[in-house]
Design a protein around this ligand. Structure first.
Ligand SMILES: N[C@@H](CCC(=O)N[C@@H](CS)C(=O)NCC(=O)O)C(=O)O
Length: 206
């Protein structure tokens, strides 16, 4: 099995965390984003949208991080990261959709402006984007905080793919001054402490 990606990429990290949870190693093929390798004709022949990650597994290949982690959980032995009862399964899917639809673009707007722009020498942050990102993140985290008041994980009592999907974005957000969006919400805060201390996340984030 080969994962084509970059260790700092949020989407690659979802795949690596899922593999670590399943106790599986894959060969890592670095796609150097700083050199634009994801746009090379050879790479685009594998991933027509020219982004990472991309998975190869014994003659089968696919892309899209959330689809890849569902595939890995269905295929690999090890702890199940998808609940088997229908309500918890529905909740898992709901929280994966909330992450993708409402949380990630807002959280990453903050991260882009306050972290990546400075790292790339891209000038002063656009505070309008930061403030909009803050509002969107706060709204999604308020909803998560209410849900996590009565359950340990997003899908219910057990850790699932939904938690994995939120982790890379929470990690970057926590490294900005707006990490308080996490720590000022008590149930989100304790959930984040619970999931970010898992060995799988420590391995991927380290
Ligand atoms: N929906 C895609 C998004 C992939 C994506 O945007 N990957 C980023 C890294 S996390 C990337 O390749 N960025 C480089 C680029 O846009 O050229 C997925 O979940 O796999």
């Amino acid at each position: 099995m080969k994962v084509h990606g970059h260790p700092m990429s949020t989407c690659t990290r979802k795949v690596l965390t899922t593999l670590a949870e399943k106790g599986r190693e894959a060969q890592f093929v670095l796609v150097d984003l700083s050199k634009g390798q994801q746009k090379s004709p050879e790479y685009v022949a594998k991933h027509p949208f020219g982004v990472i990650p991309y998975l190869e597994d014994d003659g089968f290949s696919m892309y899209e991080s959330r689809a890849i982690i569902r595939y890995l959980d269905a295929k690999l032995p090890g702890p199940k990261l998808t609940p088997s009862d229908a309500p918890s399964f529905g909740r898992m899917e709901q929280w994966m959709s909330i992450e993708q639809s409402y949380f990630t673009s807002s959280a990453m707007a903050i991260v882009m402006e306050l972290m990546f722009k400075a790292m790339r020498g891209g000038g002063a942050p656009d505070m309008d984007k930061v403030n909009k990102g803050r509002d969107g993140s706060a709204r999604a985290l308020d909803v998560a905080d209410r849900a996590l008041m009565s359950q340990a994980y997003l899908a219910g009592d057990t850790f699932s793919l939904a938690d994995i999907c939120w982790m890379p974005y929470l990690q970057y957000l926590s490294a900005t001054p707006h990490g308080t969006l996490i720590t000022e919400r008590p149930h989100v805060k304790s959930w984040w402490q619970r999931i970010s201390t898992r060995p799988s996340w420590k391995k991927v984030n380290g």
